[in-house]
Design a protein around this ligand. Structure first.
Ligand SMILES: [Cu+2]
Length: 130
């Protein structure tokens, strides 16, 4: 009797685990890319004259591929500066309207940086390298 209970308990755990993992797989596939899965290849999205992605994390001291998707008909880019004064530029992405482009961004030392659209400086976000 005791053995049967243990078996039942194990089976229940296994079923729960299976249900859990399949749920996770479904939600991963359907959810919006709020947080990029791969920090080495972050994605920034612009829509309705603002960045949908306002916080980006990248590895420190390592060049990374930045995917920029512009869902607007208006031209945007992603330009990275040391801080919000935008006086020292570290990377300037191509300005384009409607579409996706991938750019290679040079390594950033650990810290927090500022990014904006150079065409519309009110479009802003933060990049954290760590
Ligand atoms: Cu813009």
């Amino acid at each position: 009797m005791k053995r049967l209970l243990v078996t039942l308990a194990l089976a229940t755990v296994a079923l729960a685990a299976a249900a859990c993992s399949s749920t996770n797989a479904d939600s991963d596939a359907s959810q919006a890319p709020a947080a990029p899965a791969d920090p080495n290849a972050p994605t920034i999205v612009a829509k309705d004259m603002q960045f949908v992605t306002k916080d980006v994390r990248v590895p420190a001291g390592k060049a990374f591929q930045l995917t920029f998707t512009n869902n607007d008909g208006a031209p945007h880019n992603v330009a990275i500066y040391t801080d919000s004064s935008a006086s020292t530029n570290l990377f300037r992405g191509e300005i384009f309207a409607g579409g996706t482009k991938v750019a290679e961004v040079p390594a950033l030392a650990a810290g927090t940086y500022f990014f904006r659209c150079d065409v519309h400086p009110d479009m802003q976000g933060t990049i954290t390298a760590g």
